[in-house]
Unconditional design. Structure first.
Ligand code: FAD
Ligand code: FES
Ligand code: FES
Lengths: 494, 772
């Protein structure tokens, strides 16, 4: 057991032992460190003004990822490097190439969003630094999907992104100092469970093995598990809940693994979206696209499928594709494990089949069966970085003009993500024709009573649910006509 | 020596704060070093849209951890009113009754912001509900008004419509818009000695904050100083509505003798503050066989929320823009500023103009569909002329019309005709995705329509080392005003821009200022600053002429130096000499816009000094199965006169355009049945992101377009007009929808055009056209 956290603030080591375990990194920077370059625009992960970059040791290298500091709790910095906009200039005070590009392109107006954009672009710069090529527009759009700017209209920022890699500039100081930084980070890695007690007595744990997690949770069955905190963070910043105790999952090794067999994909519940996207896009291109559109890079860099499932929202994006693909869960309590089909996990609105002291350990889905295809469509008011009004996932195998197998699941159509059993029955074994599809569309009306809320009316959801099935039919036919506003983008998942 | 200064007018200079923006060193109010003993305030608000407050029990609030002070209406020494136009309908804290969900009832100050936020949740409020008017439709039924209805009239519209070969009627519902400034509302009040109070406030209108604070605290204005270095965006949302927060901070600072900061959480900010007015317009138009408009009758109802705020001026500007670029031989226009139990809707880029232009463009569209013509053709036929057909419904003669030229040039460069044909081909081959294209024009009147506001002051000092200190009444909120005015001063003195120090707007330096609004701030403050500079320059010339016994015309300001007869002095040298000779090197400047006047009784006058013009062509694709859309290409040609700074102007055009696109597409304000705002955070209220920017986006400034009026270096205002270029996007979407009905049925696509709204329009057009 360790009773403190250790991290680097820029290049400076920090060790903290008594603090509120759900203090956000943003508050830490602004209030404790008086680093006010990082801004608060929403305190809910949607605007990006608070974007920071977190460096994590991966082998001999440091992986730099943009994160929303407003949702991240301080203990998640353990063993990492926290980089805020103040760290970007080099020791002589010379601005970073990302910063000079932003100036050159007139990319700031009011300047409030600017540090956040700089940090998102800095993460891209670090990732792409070796290549030195100007990033594609698609990449820029993806990287900036979590940064709102109300002033510029984005054009100058895109230009800054395109022109920031100036070969003449040479390696930036992060690259120059990387050996020292790697050494400094290595010095603060260990596999001890962290146990902290805040000034008001609230406790938090950060275990590194699944067994340790199981044990701690068995001892504190009322604890709140925190994976990426992209849901839990809001309970603190918006509802001002005082969580106690908190168990952080981000240091778990095993639950951050993806294991592939010949026929299955097993995803640890603490695997982030970012780490699963490429693999998913390879097997299920449309599901990969759903993940690409889920939140923004800072959300995907920490958010997990396990958290999405455990949170159980009727509009969570990963569930309909997983259900349609036939995913199962492994739930664990202490040393006991049980397995169940994902669709059975969701009992009712906000009610999951998760016992006290139990947690989601892994999610397993089959690889696509030969001849099958998974079609997924997410419909939202804004294309990128928005919550679904409705999401439809259709897993179809057509053989000899007949529907050999079908699994259909929707989000936004009921209090939980759910299968469309009536529509499936109307299709299963039938001739794969528009007529059959139309019958299945009719059956949807008895499968669901859709949500009616600020994202869409129930009537719209019902109509679109049917139209999406039609769309899947059209695309499966391969009629050679355009059916998507934004076609599937191979480049996006590279 | 270079023969041109660095950073003079017409140069594409970067924003003066760019380097501090990108490095995180720019100081916004919440970033300032916090004074010792600072308290953090938070406001407790009403949970009912309209109710008597039977009891406000704040005992638990006062007893909460860290709380030092609780204030409510009874603690106000002066007037419990912050109404900007003195309508006395906007209390700091509601007293007897509350009029909207989110209305301030009390405030608390604690050691930390977290404690203050927690404490306000502990209030026990007993309400007894009163009948509430929750939306525009309900208000329209009762015709409850916040300010009197208003009218504009020219000719006999009824007779013209009745006599016309064709006529039609319809209505359009137009959604509101949240400002979504990235920096939320924030103020810090620091008490001084005696009754002095200094406020650091994110406001577009420091003078109004000064007056409001003085009024609420019962002080003379000279006791209050308000400073604003920069705002993290405002867009009209911090013109009047910053007062709600600033006065609370000042009130608690007065009561406790300690500095107080207040910064609402984003969700609370969105719930408490007003937005762009949503409108409902009914139109009736008579036109001839060629689509020439002969007469219009408009009834324009706006949702003002619970108080007058700026709604009178906003509704008036709306009426003034119901013509857009079109000559209306006869017109009868009525504006109904309606009262509802909602936050008080307020200024937002365009100030009523955008909603009115949407109505004008809808009417053009209706005529085009009725006659089976391309809407662009109908637009062109109805444009104002230059020497005839040039009188507006408010009887101002348009003297600077360039819209026909702009539209011709743009239609040509964007290949409107060719692309329309291409789109028709695409649509006939594409059963599910459909494309549309539209060109819409903009004419926007420049000047505050409230005459006395068209004045500005500036203060310029030249120090003995030749460095220059610049101050004026405008505030910097990202629009680049400070940079532009500094360019003007640099140009006047012929010194490089980096010799001019930009300083925070401050009511003790330049008093009695107008809001930074109405797009006019460079026009007004640029002129005032130029005048101040000219005063000092004249003194320097006078001094040099006397000193060197030369006629004044022998003194010439060259780049960074001054020629005095046959000699040249570096600028600082001459300044120093003047100082030694006891010449004053500080001056104020003042400017008031000439020519403008308007008589509200008769509805006649010249409310606008000049007009800014522009046009845009947009192309979009919709998915007829889901209503999703994408903007494929946008071409803009915009008139900024002779640009003071092309980089900043292009930034305003693009930013304004995208903000307009958000308003007309993804930005949907949804209200619950109890009158509560449901979309009160960026998770539910969706402004455009990077990928919403059209992939192919081409912007151009109109060339050779010096302002005909005597404005600052022949430039034109640019803040608001480009927002309305986004109307072309709504019309492109509508055009795509119309294709499913063979362009026979006007889609009447009301904004915001969300996917749901587009899909509904597709269905409507299909069934009306008898397709399906
Ligand atoms: C800006 C933003 C955009 C978003 N966009 C989307 C979107 O487009 N689509 C979408 O679906 N969601 C979206 N979300 C929601 C959120 O990102 C997802 O639900 C995410 O998957 C949650 O994962 P997490 O790791 O952050 O979970 P956390 O917030 O850490 O936890 C969520 C819940 O799961 C529990 N939990 C976590 N892990 C486990 C486990 N292993 N076993 C048991 N319980 C566990 C937690 O206790 C908590 O109750 C968005 C969120 C934000 C802030
Ligand atoms: S403050 Fe908006 S994303 Fe963090
Ligand atoms: S520059 Fe103002 S929000 Fe981006």
């Amino acid at each position: 057991m360790r009773h403190s956290i250790k991290f680097l603030l820029g290049d400076e080591p920090r060790e903290l032992s008594s603090f509120d375990p759900t203090m956000t990194v943003l508050d830490y920077l602004r209030i404790e460190e008086r680093r006010t370059g990082t801004k608060e625009g929403c305190a809910e992960g949607d605007c990006g003004a608070c974007t920071i970059v977190v460096g994590s040791l991966e082998g001999e290298k440091i992986r730099y990822q943009a994160v929303n500091s407003c949702l991240q709790f301080l203990p998640t910095l353990d063993g990492r490097q926290l980089i805020s906009v103040e760290d970007l200039p080099d020791s002589s005070g010379a601005l970073h190439p990302v910063q000079t590009a932003m100036i050159r392109e007139n990319a700031s107006q009011c300047g409030f969003c600017t540090p956040g954009f700089v940090m998102s672009l800095f993460a891209l710069y670090r990732e792409g630094a070796a290549a030195g090529d100007p990033p594609e527009l698609e990449t820029i759009n993806d990287v900036l999907a979590g940064n709102l700017c109300r002033c510029t209209g984005y054009g100058p920022i895109i230009e800054a992104a395109r022109s920031m890699h100036q070969p003449a500039a040479g390696p930036d100081h992060f690259e120059q100092n990387s050996a020292a930084t790697v050494a400094a980070l290595r010095a603060i890695q260990d596999s001890q469970t962290i146990h902290l007690t805040g000034p008001d007595g609230r406790q938090s744990f950060a275990p590194t093995t699944t067994d340790a997690l199981a044990e701690i949770l068995a001892e504190h069955p009322g604890a709140t598990l925190v994976a990426g905190a992209t849901d839990v963070g809001l309970w603190v910043t918006k509802a001002q809940r005082r969580l106690d105790p908190v168990i952080f999952l981000d240091r778990l090794g095993e639950m951050k693994q993806v294991n592939e067999t010949a026929t299955t994909i097993e995803i640890g519940a603490a695997v982030t979206y970012t780490d699963v996207e490429r693999m998913m896009a390879d097997h299920y291109p449309d599901f990969g696209e759903i993940i690409r559109r889920l939140g923004s890079p800072p959300v995907r860099n920490v958010g997990t499928i396990g958290g999405n499932i455990a949170n159980g929202s009727p509009i969570g994006d990963s569930m309909p594709p997983l259900i349609a693909a036939g995913a199962t869960l492994v739930l664990r309590r202490g040393g006991e494990r049980r397995q169940l089909p994902l669709e059975d996990f969701f009992i009712d609105y906000n009610k999951q089949d998760l016992k006290s002291g139990e947690f989601v350990e892994t999610i397993t889905l089959p690889k696509p069966a030969p001849g099958s295809r998974l079609f997924c469509y997410k419909i939202s008011k804004r294309f990128d970085q928005d919550i679904s009004a409705i999401l439809g996932a259709f897993n179809l195998t057509i053989r000899d003009g007949k529907v050999a197998s079908v699994r259909i699941a929707y989000g936004g159509m009921a209090a939980t993500p759910r299968r469309a059993s009536g529509a499936e029955a109307a299709l299963q074994g039938k001739a794969w024709t528009r007529k059959t599809v139309d019958r299945a569309v009719v059956a949807l009306a008895s499968d669901f009573r859709p949500l009616d809320d600020l994202r869409a009316s129930a009537a719209y959801r019902m109509q679109v649910a049917g139209n999406l099935l039609v769309k899947a039919y059209l695309e499966a036919q391969g009629a050679g006509v355009e059916t998507r506003i934004i076609p599937y983008r191979e480049a996006a998942h590279a | 020596m270079p023969d041109q200064i660095k950073g003079g007018v017409h140069q594409a200079v970067v924003h003066d704060s760019a380097a501090v923006h990108v490095s995180g060193q720019a100081v916004f109010v919440d970033d300032m070093a916090e004074p010792r003993d600072l308290l953090h305030a938070y406001i407790g608000v009403s949970e009912r849209p309209h109710a008597k407050i039977r009891q406000l029990d704040l005992a638990a609030v006062g007893a909460a951890e860290g709380v030092c002070c609780v204030v409510s209406a009874g603690d106000i020494a002066g007037q419990n009113d912050i109404s900007p136009t003195h309508t006395m309908d906007e209390p700091v804290f509601a007293e007897a009754a509350t009029e909207f969900i989110g209305q301030p009832l009390f405030a608390v100050a604690a050691q930390t912001r977290d404690q203050a936020r927690r404490a306000v949740r502990l209030a026990a409020v007993e309400y007894s509900d009163l009948p509430a008017v929750l939306d525009l439709e309900a208000a329209l039924a009762d015709e409850t008004l916040v300010v009197p209805a208003m009218e504009l009239k020219r000719g006999d519209a009824d007779a013209e419509i009745a006599a016309a070969a064709h006529s039609l009627k319809g209505k359009i519902r137009i959604g509101g818009q949240e400002h979504f400034y990235l920096e939320g509302q924030v103020s810090m009040a620091v008490p001084g000695e005696g009754d002095e109070m200094t406020l650091y406030c994110s406001t577009q209108h420091p003078t109004e904050i000064q007056q409001s604070v003085a009024r609420v605290l019962g002080l003379a204005a000279n006791a209050v100083n308000v400073r604003t270095r920069r705002l993290g965006g405002a867009f009209g949302g911090k013109e009047t509505q910053a007062a709600m927060f600033a006065t609370v901070a000042a009130l608690i600072a007065r009561k406790t003798g300690r500095p107080v900061k207040i910064r609402p959480d984003r969700d609370d900010d969105m719930v408490m503050t007003g937005k762009r007015h949503d409108f409902m317009a009914e139109y009736e138009v008579g036109f001839d066989d060629d689509g020439h408009i002969l007469g219009v009758r408009y009834r324009l109802a706006s949702n003002c929320g619970y108080s007058a705020d700026l709604s009178e001026a906003i509704n008036r500007r709306a009426l003034f823009h119901l013509d857009n670029c079109y000559y209306l031989p006869s017109a009868a226009m009525k504006g109904l500023p309606l009262k509802t139990n909602r936050p008080s809707n307020t200024a937002f880029r365009g100030f009523g103009g955008p909603q009115a232009m949407l109505v004008a463009e809808r009417v053009i569209d209706e005529i085009a569909f009725a006659l089976g013509q391309d809407p662009l053709e109908i637009r062109r036929r109805n444009f104002y002329g230059s020497s005839e057909r040039n009188i507006t419904p408010y009887h101002q003669t348009i003297e600077d019309n360039v819209i026909p030229e702009i539209v011709s040039e743009l239609a040509e460069s964007a290949d409107y005709v060719g692309r329309r044909a291409e789109i028709a081909r695409y649509n006939s081959d594409s059963p599910w995705l459909k494309k549309g294209i539209a060109l819409t024009p903009v004419k926007f009147g420049i000047a505050f329509t409230t005459k006395y506001l068209n004045q500005a002051g500036a203060l310029v000092h030249v120090y003995t080392d030749g460095s220059i200190h610049l101050n004026h009444g405008g505030t910097e909120m990202g629009q680049g005003l400070m940079t532009k005015v500094a360019q003007v001063v640099a140009e006047e003195f012929q010194v490089d821009l980096d010799h001019v120090k930009i300083t925070a707007t401050s009511t003790d330096k330049v008093p009695n200022t107008s809001a930074t609004a109405a797009s006019s701030s460079s026009d007004l403050n640029g002129m005032a600053a130029r005048q101040a500079a000219q005063t000092i320059k004249a003194r320097l010339i006078d001094f040099a002429a006397k000193q060197y016994e030369l006629p004044p015309d022998q003194i010439e300001f060259l780049p960074n130096r001054v020629r005095v007869g046959n000699q040249e002095f570096p600028f600082p040298d001459l300044v120093h000499q003047a100082y030694m000779a006891r010449v004053s090197l500080s001056a104020t400047g003042f400017y008031k816009t000439p020519k403008i006047h308007f008589d509200r009784q008769t509805g006649r006058g010249r409310p606008f000094y000049y007009f800014a013009y522009g046009a845009a062509v947009s192309e979009a694709t919709i998915d007829t199965l889901t209503g999703e859309y994408r903007i494929d290409r946008v071409d803009i040609l915009h008139d900024v006169g002779r640009s003071l700074n092309p980089a900043i102007d292009l930034g305003q055009i693009e930013g304004g355009f995208i903000q307009g696109v958000g308003w007309l597409t993804s930005e949907e304000l949804v209200w619950g049945e109890a009158g509560e705002l449901l979309t009160h955070a960026p998770s539910t209220y969706k402004i455009p992101v990077c990928s919403d920017r059209p992939r192919d986006f081409r912007m151009k400034l109109l060339e050779g377009a010096a302002n005909r009026e005597n404005t600052i270096y022949a430039s034109k205002a640019v803040g608001e007009p480009p927002l309305m270029l986004a109307i072309s996007v709504l019309h492109a979407l509508s055009d795509a929808v119309a294709s499913v009905g063979g362009h026979r049925v006007c889609p009447r696509l009301d904004p915001p055009a969300t996917p749901e709204c587009i899909l509904a329009a597709v269905e409507r057009v299909r069934s009306a056209a008898g397709h399906d």
